[in-house]
Design a protein around this ligand. Structure first.
Ligand code: NDP
Length: 339
């Protein structure tokens, strides 16, 4: 199968690329610069074609790449995930939303063989910030973040969540409106915090992807005094499972069309992460918080949201990688990258 994968230089996309290639598929991928293209071309001399798409916030960004003949499936992962912006509208919302609508329009115009589009959305498009500490709330595949464009100056996290929510909504609205002429169906992958080994070219540890940042910080000794708060998400998934979910939903499970996949392996905490690293990597002792260091505990059952993703588990049938394995494999990968 010929697959278009956007954002091939990214943390999640690099695993999708690796798994697609291993399964014998042909891949067209997009990156922002020649510099990002070179390591991909070098790693995959065959069956991978790299296009440069510098700015996905331009409505015509994907017009050329979709003309690559014979694309049947599109996996759209490219979207900003960082908190280093000054203007959330132009730096987060526009690339997320225009990137998504732009690629859908380009497919309709120039890629008639595309049968399915999978968009990397997020738990950010499912959760409701007001319900994070409410134990009577159960987030599921049917839940939608009520955030609106009016909220994007509330906090960087809210702006990011708005970018994912508005982009995903725009995609479902696009395929639901017959006047847009889509001949493909849509599925979304909605992962929470993604941990896992690095498969992309990492220029330096400072440029680690956002969701692995905390593991770098732990290895750099930054958790010794106090373990930081786990944050609001509280649930996680391994990057290799996120990649597998994209491939299953995009290429392998016909009935995945029209569905949102809430891919999570369950609860985690920074405290548990520190415990695992301390136990499995005794040689790193000097850098790690001693046993009993306070902070990063999971909020109690009465102080956190509930979740239910059994629909996702039924359709995808992936046996999720355990938190312990994910943390151990991530630490090994980061040590190999100089941590
Ligand atoms: P990365 O930052 O590694 O990947 C983001 C990708 O999007 C990169 O390829 C990046 O290119 C590209 N990108 C970002 N902004 C732009 C832009 N303005 N124009 C063109 N390309 C852009 O993070 P992840 O791999 O984690 O994220 C991939 C997707 O997964 C995103 O859609 C993110 O929202 C989603 N996601 C991630 C989660 C996580 O915990 N990691 C959880 C839930 C969803 P470049 O390499 O040049 O920066």
């Amino acid at each position: 199968t010929k697959v278009l994968l956007t954002g091939g230089s990214g943390f999640i996309a690099a695993h999708i690329l690796e798994q697609l290639h291993a399964k014998g598929h042909n891949i067209v991928t997009t990156v922002r610069s020649e510099e990002k293209a070179a390591p991909i071309r070098a790693a995959y001399p065959e069956r991978v074609e790299v296009f440069i798409v510098p700015d996905i916030a331009q409505p015509d960004a994907f017009d050329e790449v979709v003309k690559s003949p014979g694309i049947e499936v599109v996996l759209h992962t490219a979207s900003p995930f960082h908190f280093k912006f000054t203007d959330p509208k132009t730096e987060l919302i526009d690339p997320a939303v225009i990137g998504t609508t732009g690629i859908l329009k380009a497919i309709v115009r120039s890629a008639p063989r595309v049968r399915r589009v999978v968009i990397t959305s997020s738990f950010a498009a499912i959760l409701d910030e007001a319900k994070i500490a409410d134990p009577t709330t159960i987030f599921t595949e049917a839940s939608w973040n009520p955030v609106t464009i009016a909220d994007i100056h509330n906090s960087p996290a809210t702006a990011y969540r708005a970018s994912k929510t508005l982009a995903e909504r725009a995609a479902w609205d696009f395929v639901a409106d017959p006047s847009n002429g889509a001949k493909f169906d849509l599925a979304t992958i909605n992962p929470p915090m993604v941990f896992g080994p690095v498969a992309h070219h990492l220029a330096s540890l400072e440029s680690i992807n956002t969701s692995n940042e905390r593991i770098v910080a732990l290895l750099q000794g930054k958790w010794k005094e106090a373990i930081p708060s786990t944050g609001q998400a509280l649930i996680w998934i391994d990057v290799r499972d996120v990649a597998a979910a994209h491939i299953k939903a995009g290429l392998e499970i016909p009935q995945a069309g029209g569905k949102r996949f809430f891919t999570t392996a369950g609860l985690f905490s920074n405290a548990l992460m520190a415990d695992i690293v301390r136990r499995e990597f005794p040689e790193l002792k000097e850098r790690l918080p001693v046993e009993g260091t306070k902070g990063g505990e999971l909020p109690g059952e009465g102080e956190r949201f509930g979740f239910d993703n059994k629909l996702t588990e039924e359709v995808l049938g992936i046996e999720w990688i355990s938190f312990e394995k994910s943390v151990v494999d991530t630490v090994k990968s980061l040590l190999a990258h100089g941590a």
